[in-house]
Design a binder for this molecule. Structure first.
Ligand code: GDP
Ligand code: IMO
Ligand code: MG
Length: 427
């Protein structure tokens, strides 16, 4: 058995969907283990583009078992719409398994997400407003509702009654109208019926696959800097997108996780609020944003843009156990005279090589840069490392040196075929 974890090593949108789809060609199982439809994973092949939200990126290959594991928060309505959308585009022959222990996102979660953001004013997180934070909060508060409840009308009735009483008090307190039990119940019982055929104990399924010697690919959502524990708190999501979270969130033993592939843009982006030490603006940011089509997959917000931050990347490597890197959107940097890489920060005149814990300090750090010469050539058709302009080769080597990680893939365009593998690491 071989397991590989794909994690976003920055603030999300690094190209995890693209690489998961690419590696899925040689996998047996693809697992999403955290997050929900706050994710937006873009996959491009055969002239078609798909944006997946909660469905795993192995869905296009009928041989692959796609698992939505216990650590996810699943919006039943959105999930069914997503599946329907895929079916309408001809993706009908797929294998999907949904954990009976995954929690569900209900309408009050979305309302509360919006309300908390509104009341936070200029302290808002800039969430995707998909109810992810409130759903994970209910899980921790032990008032969450799980897939196993949803598919059992009696259990769902009891769970929804109990929780909705509390949630309606919360909604009223925040100045919103309470939600009607019958309306939600009737609608969601129907979703439960449609989801039921996919539901099983996915931990058990994974154990069987492990025993068979299957190749299992874990598809992270978000990125390490958005991790609830290790990210730029409170400007984070409400789950942990690290390699370490995978065993817990999918019900497998930690010993199976040996390899963690960090997906990393050749620069950095962030959507939503929060500190971003290497952020740039002006013409340079516009150049990168337009070339990289840096607009959110889920919310269409323009993404903030900055230079590659190896302090953040090294931190992500450490807390997430990244041992390989996949360098994405490399083609976007063509045409820049100079490219900067942050290798350390200065804080109050002192050198620091790791992420400070407080927002105050993170906002004050001064990134220190190495300036590398750029290249003008279009690299979107490159098929090997040797075909890259020498300055692009040097850029990759510098990243490896600064992060102590091997770049095993680089990507020069959104298409599945624009992926160059430097090492066969997924054995
Ligand atoms: P994810 O959330 O990590 O799966 O990433 P997203 O799909 O949200 O954002 C990545 C964006 O970059 C998508 O629009 C991809 O199609 C695109 N993309 C991925 N790899 C490359 C690449 O190498 N070059 C270019 N130009 N675009 C890429
Ligand atoms: P993928 O998987 C980029 C960000 C939001 C916000 C913060 C909290 O496509 O990389 P949430 O709705 O999760 O409570 O929002 O996290 N965020 C993402 N940013 N990519 C994502 O997913 C994200 N999922 C959440 O913008 O700043
Ligand atoms: Mg995304």
């Amino acid at each position: 058995m071989s397991a590989l974890v794909v994690v976003g090593s920055q603030w999300g949108d690094e190209g995890k969907g693209k690489i998961t789809d690419y590696l899925a060609q040689e996998s047996d199982v693809v697992v999403r283990s955290q997050g929900g439809n706050n994710a937006g994973h873009t996959i491009t092949f055969g002239g078609e583009k798909f944006a997946l939200r909660s469905i795993p990126s192995g869905i296009f290959n009928p041989k692959i078992k796609n698992v939505m594991a216990n650590g996810m928060v699943i919006n039943p309505k959105q999930m069914l719409e997503e599946l329907h959308g895929l079916e309408e585009r001809g993706i009908k022959d797929y294998q999907l398994f949904v954990s009976n222990r995954a929690h569900i996102v209900l309408p009050y979660h979305e309302l509360l997400d919006g309300a908390y953001e509104q009341f936070k004013g200029d302290k808002k997180i800039g969430t995707t407003k998909r109810g992810i934070g409130p759903a994970y909060a209910d899980k921790a508060n032990r008032i969450g509702i799980r897939i196993a409840d949803l598919i059992d009308p009696e259990a769902f009735k009891n769970a929804l009654k109990a929780t909705l009483t509390i949630k309606n008090m919360e909604l009223k307190m925040l100045g919103m109208d309470p939600l009607d039990f019958d309306t939600i119940y009737k609608e969601y019982v129907e979703y439960g019926k449609k989801i039921k055929p996919f539901v099983c104990d996915t931990s058990l399924l994974l154990e069987e696959e492990i025993e068979k010697g299957s190749k299992i690919l874990f598809e992270g959502a978000q990125g390490v800097m958005l991790c609830l524990d290790h990210g730029t708190y409170p400007y984070v999501t409400s789950s942990s997108p690290t390699g370490a979270s995978v065993p817990l969130n999918s019900g497998i033993a930690p010993r199976y996780i040996n390899n963690v592939l960090g997906i990393c843009k050749a620069y950095t982006t962030r959507v939503g609020e929060g500190p971003f030490p290497t952020e740039i603006d002006g013409e340079l940011a516009t150049y990168i944003r337009e070339r990289g089509h840096e607009y959110g997959t889920v919310t269409k917000r323009p993404r903030r843009v900055g230079w590659l931050d190896c302090v953040a990347l090294n931190y992500a490597r450490r807390v997430s156990g990244i041992n390989y890197l996949s360098l994405m959107l490399f083609d976007v940097l063509s045409g820049l005279k100079e490219i900067k890489i942050c290798y350390e920060y200065k804080l109050d005149g002192k050198t620091i090589k790791t992420m400070p814990a407080t927002l105050e300090e993170l906002q004050r750090v001064e990134p220190q840069y190495i300036t590398m010469p750029g290249w003008d050539e279009d690299i979107t058709k490159v098929t090997s490392f040797d075909e890259l302009p020498v300055n692009a080769q040097n850029y990759i080597r510098k990243i490896e040196e600064l992060t102590k990680s091997e770049v095993v893939i680089f990507s020069v365009g959104p298409d599945r075929l624009q992926t160059i593998r430097l090492k066969d690491f997924f054995k």
